[in-house]
Design a protein around this ligand. Structure first.
Ligand code: PHE
Length: 337
């Protein structure tokens, strides 16, 4: 039995010294419940009382030797694997980093921010209104007759009989007039909705920038001055502004306003479709009925209003001829701006 124990010690220690990964298997093989050493200890019952302590001492010695061999080899293996990973997992700190994908401002937001900034510099303040509006503010108070085509279901997203998704930012004029006393000098940027099928120049949602100025003695001359100053700041100092007679229910007189093409300077090019001019807004003197609906006395005050298409301006600025590109959010497209 003593020989058997010596045998176990020798083979176990040799195995441990040669092991290069898991020592656990070896530990179980010799010291586990069903291990070789355990089996011998179980057989000690058949020994004489004199032999038992002698064999017991040897068995303990063998166990201790195996355990300390396991421990020693374990520490060695740990060192080896550390040394190996230090060599293999070298980090090259001089390697070019992968730049994180940074986002940027959408062309529409950028145009809107620039437009807003120019009016703020001219002393305007910002007033915002809700996108879900009353029919009263969006049409009635703005002097749109009951049979005005823009009120049609075909053109307007109604929510109920008396509420809708605003079709223009002009209802903010009414809110501003009712909530403020003149002088009023505000702009109102925001989303508007129309029941249009999306194509190169239509989208069911787009942005407008409304402007409203009310005070004693405001004239069409003030409107022209403000808008031509805006156009020069926005599109360049050579930019000319052109007013064409038009009709809106809420302004009288009304005009559509063009700016000279800032690419060709008015000669005609691809961007302005050879017109030399680009239409960017509708404007006019606030109709007396609208002032009245806003609680302002038209015999004391006059004012002007304008509504600018933000997408129009953004497309012109970035040379894009299809509105849909603005809303598809294709990163390859957006990255160009
Ligand atoms: N609300 C008009 C539109 O959507 C634009 C406009 C605003 C015209 C203010 C005149 C005055 O077309």
């Amino acid at each position: 039995m003593k020989q058997q124990l010596e045998q176990i010690r020798t083979t176990a220690i040799a195995e441990i010294a040669a092991a290069d990964t898991s020592l656990e298997e070896i530990r179980i093989k010799y010291l586990g419940k069903k291990g070789a050493l355990t089996a011998i200890l179980r057989g000690m019952g058949s020994l004489t009382p004199e032999e038992r302590p002698v064999i017991g001492a040897v068995a303990n010695e063998v166990r201790n030797d195996i355990e300390s061999a396991l421990e020693k080899r374990g520490a060695e293996l740990k060192k080896l694997s550390l040394a190996r990973s230090l060599v293999e997992e070298k980090l090259d700190v001089t390697y070019d980093a992968i730049a994180p994908n940074a986002g940027h401002i959408h062309p529409i937001t950028r145009a809107l921010e620039r437009m807003t900034e120019i009016f703020i510099d001219m002393g305007f303040s910002i007033v915002e209104g809700p996108e879900v509006e009353t029919v009263g503010n969006n049409f009635d108070a703005l002097n749109a007759p009951a049979d005005h085509p823009s009120r049609d279901f075909q053109d307007t997203f109604y929510i109920t009989e008396s509420t809708l998704l605003r079709t223009q930012t002009s209802p903010v004029q009414i809110r501003a007039m009712r909530g403020m006393t003149p002088p009023i000098r505000i702009i109102s940027p925001g989303r508007v909705y129309r029941s249009d099928v999306a194509d190169a120049s239509h989208s069911p949602m787009f942005h407008q920038l409304e402007g409203l100025v009310i005070d004693k003695g405001i004239t069409m001359g003030d409107l022209k001055g403000i808008l031509s100053k805006f156009a020069k700041t926005m599109f360049g100092p050579e930019t000319k502004t052109r007013f064409r007679p038009h009709n809106f229910p809420f302004t009288e007189p009304s005009a559509e306003v063009d700016v000279s093409c800032f690419v060709c300077g008015g000669k005609g090019c691809r961007l302005c479709k050879n017109e030399g001019w680009m239409e960017i807004l509708g404007a006019g003197m606030v109709h007396p009925e609208v002032l009245r609906a806003g609680g302002i006395d038209p015999d004391v005050y006059t004012g002007f209003a304008f509504g600018m298409g933000v997408e129009r301006v953004a497309m012109v600025m970035s040379g894009i001829d299809d509105l849909r590109l603005m809303f598809e959010n294709d990163a390859r497209f957006l990255k160009q701006f």
